[in-house]
Design a protein around this ligand. Sequence first.
Ligand SMILES: *[C@@H]1O[C@H](CO)[C@@H](O)[C@H](O)[C@H]1NC(C)=O
Ligand SMILES: *[C@@H]1O[C@H](CO)[C@@H](O)[C@H](O)[C@H]1NC(C)=O
Length: 184
Amino acid sequence: MISRTTKAMGPSQALSGLALLLLLVASSASVLNDTCKSFGANRKDIGYDYCVKFFQADKASAIADKRGLAVIAAKIIKATASSTDKRISALKASVKDKKVRSGLEDCDDLYSQAVDELDAAAKGVAAGTPQGLQDAVTNLSAAADAPQTCETGFQELGVKSPLAAEDFEFTKEVAVALDVTSSL
Ligand SMILES: *[C@@H]1O[C@H](CO)[C@@H](O)[C@H](O)[C@H]1NC(C)=O
Ligand SMILES: *[C@@H]1O[C@H](CO)[C@@H](O)[C@H](O)[C@H]1NC(C)=O
């Protein structure tokens, strides 16, 4: 009798647990969607789909609230800045042209600084205080200048940027983070 009751309750408890989890995931997925809808409206040039795809790089975004999404964004972009910095180091080792090398040196500095700024931004958002959030926006805005400054450097040197694709990608990613963080 007891064992039959236990058997009967097992699946139904599991089911209600599953229903709760689905509800949680669904409601959070709409936090992500709402956040990206607002981003898509503010930045039609980059758009909603880009924003959703960007966040999907981190599974935690499916159950994050808005502040969680801002932290996740800073972390994803920090990883992008790190890998861009590695790519720049590799290029520096192989490029012979003096002008291109000089442009790469500057971009190297810009992206390593961006890594620190994004780290600071993630911490500020995680702290959640008005000061922390304000500092995070400042840090993100500073990081957001890196790709444009990098590109301008190559233009002024009169050489083709070997980092055009990376700079373009970083610009779009930071735009997402800035939009979400400024709205907190
Ligand atoms: C969120 O957006 C994705 C892709 O745009 C969609 O598949 C999903 O159904 C949406 N979820 C909610 C809860 O609106
Ligand atoms: C982040 O911004 C704050 C406020 O402007 C500043 O004090 C701090 O040095 C910045 N952090 C980095 C790593 O740039």
